[in-house]
Design a protein around this ligand. Structure first.
Ligand SMILES: Nc1nc2c(ncn2[C@@H]2O[C@H](COP(=O)(O)OP(=O)(O)OP(=O)(O)O)[C@@H](O)[C@H]2O)c(=O)[nH]1
Ligand SMILES: [Mg+2]
Length: 325
């Protein structure tokens, strides 16, 4: 552990990859690692990139990475692929267009599949983002496919969320899910080199007009093409503008405070569920209670109360790995 931490602090990407693996694999060292890394976090700016499959998220991440690197800033990239069981950088690393950055020490790319529960994925993704933050990247770009609630939840960790739309996959205002429109801080209408992009951008603008109220931040709608290069610098400028807005409005601090609070509760929930589940996997009082519920000898309300009591009294809540002082 000490050796690993020293290498991590020294900026060795191999140590970073190792720490991420320990976190992803729920290793026994995980909690201790995350606890020790936490004080070093908070400086990275986190940008979420979401949109339908094939809308060009990875291509945009790649081009934005180029822009950020030209400004001599570093980038950590997390790609969450809900369709892939693979983890460990196979997915994005394979992509030819990412190869340019693969040998750049200022860029680190990690893809994550979805193993385990959806909630578990979101939790692990947040932990991996935190590890990248602690490592010292200036920006962290998080690519997620905009399907399902878990993916939307992940976007809550982003300071700025870019929603990628494109005419190519038949996106139109009618087919875009309400949820995804709500989370956008910036819209990128990508594949602007193809027909229909301008019309789609106009539709998004019209939809924003329809909202009636004049929000303090109206999401800008940028036409982008990773093929022609159109709009990429404007897109990044819009992200930076959103960042400046958040800071000036005091929202940046406030959102981070709220998230820190929500996160502590989420971790507590997560652990609590894991503890209860652990008891259901072993023979013992919890399973005896459940068996009595099955047989209708006991009502589920009484059983639940007794299960909670039992789990609290028998679990080392402040044991190793749970924050014992
Ligand atoms: N014409 C055109 N094609 C693009 C553009 N951006 C991306 N593409 C193409 O669209 C396809 C999908 O691009 P990706 O960047 O992999 O899209 P993605 O959203 O990351 O896809 P998933 O991760 O599979 O959901 C690829 O064939 C790209 O070459 C663009 O601006 N114009
Ligand atoms: Mg992709």
């Amino acid at each position: 552990m000490e050796d690993l931490m020293a290498k991590f602090s020294g900026g060795e990407q191999r140590a970073l990859a190792r720490v991420i693996s320990l976190v992803e694999n729920e290793s026994p060292e995980k909690d201790e690692l995350l606890r020790r890394l936490y004080p070093r976090t908070g400086a990275a700016y986190i940008v979420g990139i979401t949109g339908a499959p094939g809308s060009g998220k990875s291509s945009l991440v790649d081009r934005l990475t180029g822009l950020i690197r030209r400004a001599e800033r570093t980038v950590g990239i997390v790609a969450v692929d809900p369709t892939s069981p693979f983890t460990g950088g196979a997915l994005l690393g394979d992509r030819i267009r990412m190869q340019e950055h693969a040998c750049d020490g200022g860029v680190f790319i990690r893809s994550m599949g979805t193993r385990g529960s959806l909630g578990g994925l979101a939790r692990t993704t947040k932990d991996v983002i935190r590890v990248l933050d602690a490592f010292g990247f200036d920006y962290i770009l998080v690519e997620t496919v905009g399907v399902g609630q878990a993916e939307l939840d992940i976007m809550h960790v982003a300071d700025t969320t870019v929603v990628v739309l494109t005419p190519a996959t038949g996106d139109s205002i009618q087919t875009i899910k309400a949820g995804i429109m709500e989370i956008a801080d910036v819209f990128a209408v990508n594949k602007a080199d193809l027909p229909g992009a301008r019309k789609l951008a106009a539709e998004v603008e019209a939809m924003l007009d329809l909202k009636g109220t004049r929000p303090a931040w109206r999401p800008p709608v940028l036409l982008t093409s990773t093929v022609s290069g159109e709009g990429l610098e404007d897109l990044w400028a819009a992200v930076e503008r959103h960042r400046a807005y958040l800071v000036e409005a005091g929202l940046f601090e406030r959102r981070r405070q709220e998230r820190a609070r929500a996160e502590a509760l989420e971790i507590a929930d997560h652990r609590w569920q894991a503890m209860v589940r652990k008891h259901t996997e072993l023979p013992g009082p919890v399973n005896e209670l459940l068996a009595r519920v099955e047989a209708r000898e006991l009502d589920p309300y009484t059983a639940a109360a007794e299960i909670l009591q039992w789990v609290v009294s028998s679990s080392p809540l402040r044991g190793a790995g749970c924050g014992a002082g």
